[in-house]
Design a protein around this ligand. Structure first.
Ligand SMILES: *[C@@H]1O[C@H](CO)[C@@H](O)[C@H](O)[C@H]1NC(C)=O
Ligand SMILES: *[C@@H]1O[C@H](CO)[C@@H](O)[C@H](O)[C@H]1NC(C)=O
Ligand SMILES: *[C@@H]1O[C@H](CO)[C@@H](O)[C@H](O)[C@H]1NC(C)=O
Ligand SMILES: *[C@@H]1O[C@H](CO)[C@@H](O)[C@H](O)[C@H]1NC(C)=O
Ligand SMILES: *[C@@H]1O[C@H](CO)[C@@H](O)[C@H](O)[C@H]1NC(C)=O
Ligand SMILES: *[C@@H]1O[C@H](CO)[C@@H](O)[C@H](O)[C@H]1NC(C)=O
Length: 440
């Protein structure tokens, strides 16, 4: 072995490694090719692999590999895959459309609204998308319409539909924790060579989330506040009864169908006594834990409570007596009319003075799109779970100092904010900076 350290193999290897690391971390290189990469750290349902002139996203949602071919490579003009295993897309996407009946969280944060050209409904929670729609920059077309084929990609998260070659399954809601859902911003970033931006946003959101949860964990209260996520259903009894056997994905899909085709179910099922149930969706329980609270017992959230049944009602009231904060997720077609009184009526109670949560009854529909049941909770909140966590911490440990983003306290008569295009006060084609609440 040579005595000069610069000639020894281990050092050469080390230098090569260092170069690779430097190349990865110095992602802002102007050489678009594969200048920067995203590494999926938390999410379970997709992975990204990088080649010189292409990337591959392995998507567990549809079991396919998406071959993303750089437009500068020769492969871009020669290759087109659309098989049961592989789909190909030429990137960066010149344009794309989104099935807006599902989440699009992350698009404004990446500054990708400029190439958004089509949406399937105007029930969107982003004021700037509404503005682009009004200006004719974005067109609305019916779900399933032929127009969809003209876009370089069409992002969907309602996987139960006929998919053509340009469809891409973007499904953050399939993940179990808030951060895993937020990390899907890297999936979108890959289609636009915006890895650097996507990594920055995710790192900032994750750091904020982590800081807030560490701050919450340091609280020294003798008892952790107990939180119940609960939902009342007047009409949707049959499926609700089986909810405990369903995965969050299915529950999301069912809620989605219910929200959009609710009239059909109402016609199909005769309303009787409504039932209450407690959530067991993992990401919601995680928010409570990370905010320094405690979820109601697991054995309880398996059960549904029929308010017409006196025994059930008594049991429900007894459980509620142990709870410090309630998050009422009940679907409402008129969120502005869902008040504390609505909640008390639904739990069959005139007076809640005996309940510890009488000052803390929350809903996540603070930001809603007027005339629809769409809440920003199902959209923007997915890519910024740090804001949800900050809301949750304020709900559990009120300071009166913090203005919540998604939660409103109906016990204190807080109302809703209607999302409209005039709330877009920025250049929509520029990235929206993630909001980072004070921490520490
Ligand atoms: C590739 O995409 C970039 C960014 O949209 C664009 O500027 C460039 O003209 C495209 N190149 C080709 C060969 O299409
Ligand atoms: C979208 O981009 C494709 C190329 O990927 C182009 O052929 C098509 O005309 C564009 N469509 C719209 C609506 O801009
Ligand atoms: C609730 O109880 C009432 C009265 O016992 C009954 O008519 C109704 O079918 C029940 N609802 C459900 C969903 O079980
Ligand atoms: C809901 O509230 C609005 C006023 O905000 C009122 O005009 C409307 O009648 C209410 N709807 C119901 C069903 O009470
Ligand atoms: C809320 O409950 C507390 C006891 O937990 C009670 O002293 C207070 O009067 C109640 N307030 C309302 C508005 O019911
Ligand atoms: C409210 O905020 C001010 C300034 O940010 C701070 O000094 C005060 O302690 C806060 N109050 C509470 C109850 O946290």
């Amino acid at each position: 072995m040579s005595s000069s350290p610069f000639c020894s193999w281990p050092v050469v290897l080390l230098l090569v490694l260092l170069c690779m690391v430097a190349r990865e971390s110095n992602g802002a290189s102007n050489n678009v090719k594969v200048g920067s990469i995203s590494k999926v750290e938390d999410a379970d349902n997709f992975h990204i692999y990088y080649g010189q002139t292409f990337k591959v996203i392995k998507n567990a949602i549809d079991g396919k590999s998406y071959l993303l071919i750089q437009n500068t490579s020769r492969m871009a003009v020669r290759t087109k895959y659309c098989t049961s295993r592989i789909k190909s897309y030429v990137i960066p996407l010149l344009n794309y459309s989104v099935d807006t009946q599902s989440s699009q969280g992350g698009i404004p944060l990446l500054g990708l609204l400029g190439s958004l050209k089509g949406i399937t409904s105007d029930a969107v929670a982003s004021p700037c998308v509404l503005k682009l729609l009004e200006a004719g920059e974005v067109v609305k077309f019916e779900k399933g319409a032929e127009e969809v084929s003209q876009f370089a990609a069409h992002f969907i998260s309602d996987t139960d539909q006929l998919q053509t070659c340009n469809f891409a399954n973007f499904f953050p809601l399939s993940e179990g924790t808030p951060l895993q859902r937020a990390e899907w911003i890297k999936f979108l970033g890959a289609f636009a060579n915006l890895e650097t931006k996507a990594n920055q946003v995710y790192d900032a959101v994750k750091a904020s989330y982590t800081c807030l949860s560490q701050m919450a964990a340091k609280r020294t209260t003798s008892f952790k506040p107990i939180v119940a996520w609960m939902e009342y259903d007047k009409n949707f009894q049959t499926i609700l009864r089986f909810k405990q056997f369903l995965s969050p994905t299915y529950i999301y899909a069912i809620n989605f169908v219910y929200k959009n085709l609710g009239f059909f179910f109402r016609w199909l099922m005769t309303p009787g006594g409504g039932v209450w149930c407690f959530t067991k969706e993992p990401h919601k329980l995680k928010f409570v834990e990370d905010a320094g609270g405690e979820n109601i017992d697991k054995s309880i959230n398996k059960i549904t409570y029929n308010v017409s049944d006196p025994d059930d009602l008594e049991a429900l009231h007894a459980i509620l007596c142990t709870v410090d904060a309630v998050i009422d997720e009940t679907l409402s077609s008129e969120p502005q009319n869902y008040t504390k009184k609505t909640f008390l009526d639904n739990i069959n109670l005139e007076d809640n003075s005996c309940f510890a949560f009488n000052q803390s009854i929350w809903r996540y529909d603070k930001r809603v799109r007027k005339g629809t049941t769409l809440e920003d909770w199902h959209d923007g909140a997915i890519s910024q779970p740090n804001l949800v966590l900050a809301d949750m911490i304020e709900a559990l440990f009120p300071t009166g100092n913090y203005t919540t983003s998604y939660f409103r306290n109906i016990a204190k008569g807080e109302g809703v904010i209607d999302i409209s295009s005039d709330m877009c006060d920025r250049d929509a084609s520029l990235p929206l900076a993630p909001t980072i609440p004070a921490c520490g």
